[in-house]
Design a binder for this molecule. Sequence first.
Ligand code: FPP
Length: 288
Amino acid sequence: MPGRKSEYRRRKQKPEGNRNTSSAAEPAFLAKARSDGEREILSRLDPNRIPRHVAIIMDGNGRWARRRRLPRLFGHRQGMETVREILKAARDLDIEYVTLYAFSAENWHRPRKEVSGLMHLLKEYLRKEVDELDESNVKMLTIGTIDKLPAYARTELIRVRERLKKNTGQKLVLALNYGGRDEIVKMTRRIASEVARGKLKPSRITEDILPDYLDTAGIPDPDLMIRTSGEMRLSNFLLWQLAYAELIITDTLWPDYSRLEFFIAIAEYQRRERRFGGIGGDEDKERP
Ligand code: FPP
């Protein structure tokens, strides 16, 4: 197995980055504030404790449209604008990984027109945004079974992923036709096949090597998961990877979710103490 850090070391590792200090005393992201409100929140953020990976369940597009007596697709289209805004906000904070739950394995059960609308929207988004993503040095990764997507969306996805492959900045992870249980089934098959071929001993299957067989292999676990529109569920999202993530659930519907609210979520994350099953603080270190 490629040298993987032990789970213990990974959990103990400081997840947050230290990439936000400018030459001046104030953090570089303060200059990105677009309003007094944003500046106020940003000035409270600790640049050394920005989460490395934020995962988002973008929920509430349908309700946003219904409240305006509009077709659901209008909500998804407005949701696409929020995607642009929030990814920009995450780049302003230098967040290294952002994972978006863009289409779940269960979303196929929606009316055919909505599914096709979402797929066309994905294609449109990729076409419109690829230049800016490239200029911003963003690399795009996908998780989920993307070969089941319609050819027009899949082709665009692969084209954009290839074009951004060389980039070294933020990693945008799109979860498409993704389901946590499906991912665990695929992982089990991959492991079983290595065992059957004599490449892996069952005794070597541990918590440390298991993530290497997930779709997210090589991607650190999310530090923070945000879900919009108030539902208190994981909805089959990153079931293994979210084990120790902080969860923030807001009533705001995704199309209304703003940069300011995103920055407030990061401030809330920084107020929380992550204990990874320990008891926290210095007392953790005293234990055997
Ligand atoms: C859930 O809202 C949202 C989705 C199933 C799709 C998310 C898609 C986007 C935000 C737009 C495109 C994304 C990209 C990456 C280009 P819902 O329809 O379940 O809302 P509801 O619960 O109010 O009905």
